[in-house]
Design a protein around this ligand. Structure first.
Ligand SMILES: [Zn+2]
Length: 249
């Protein structure tokens, strides 16, 4: 499965949306290979994304209203991020929004209950692995929590960080042999395709995070897509496999 987090530039630390320029080429690539993908969209960008033109077979899911860390918000603000993003995305794209991904993979206790109350079906907000902080989760496969199907990201083989372009870039070329087994969910942000970060990061992690951005990130994404594609959206995958998986009867 392929998931694309559509948000403002630089992990939403900027209000700019220059990274959306990369989407048409990505959509073209998906179309050419008969692939689908799930777009986790920050609903503040819904109209701008709609204007770019999203192919009908791509899934629209929620990545909150404003990409703030939900854990830092009040219960009322959290609820707003869940409810309003679903409402806006459904109105703009005229299709049902079933999935949610917490901004920065930072969930909070009770999030799954709130998702269920809001009418979501699944979430992809956790990472199986043992990296401290936001990645501190031990779960392996998909599981139900408060009636919501949680599909955690897998981690790179032998190392407790998520299988997605950010860490794939950092550990390249070693990451080529660290790809987890299927079913796997790959994620990336078009903002990784932007060339240079706006500020020089002081912390090691922010320096690492800026490794192989821009054209190199595009090349790595193409490489991994060619090797493991064609891809499917989460929704398409669930439709085809949910019964087989034994997760639902
Ligand atoms: Zn995000």
């Amino acid at each position: 499965m392929l998931t694309i987090d559509v948000e403002q530039d630089w992990d939403s630390t900027s209000k700019k949306t220059e990274n959306l320029q990369f989407l048409p080429a990505i959509f073209e690539m998906l179309e050419e290979t008969n692939s689908t993908a799930t777009l986790f969209v920050v609903s503040d960008l819904a109209r701008e994304l709609k204007a770019i033109g999203v192919p009908k077979n791509l899934e629209i899911a929620s990545h909150s209203v404003s990409h703030q860390s939900l854990a830092k918000l009040t219960p009322k603000q959290r609820k707003y991020e869940l409810v309003e993003s679903k409402k806006v995305l459904e109105k703009v794209f005229k299709r049902e929004v079933l999935g949610f991904r917490a901004p920065k993979f930072m969930s909070y206790d009770g999030m799954w209950q709130d998702l269920w109350d809001t009418g979501y079906f699944y979430s992809s907000s956790l990472v199986s692995g043992v990296f401290p902080g936001r990645y501190f989760h031990f779960f392996k496969g998909p599981f139900f929590r408060d009636q919501i199907l949680e599909l955690p990201l897998q981690h790179l083989k032998g190392i407790p960080v998520s299988f997605g372009l950010p860490f794939y870039r950092i550990f390249y070329p070693l990451s080529k042999v660290m790809v987890p087994k299927n079913p796997r969910i790959f994620y990336f942000h078009p903002t990784e395709f932007l060339e240079a970060p706006p500020v020089e990061g002081g912390m090691l992690i922010s320096k690492l995070y800026s490794a192989r951005r821009g054209k190199k990130a595009q090349k790595l994404f193409k490489e991994i897509f060619t090797k493991f594609g064609p891809t499917s959206s989460i929704q398409d995958y669930l439709k085809a496999n949910l019964r087989k998986s034994g997760l639902v009867k």
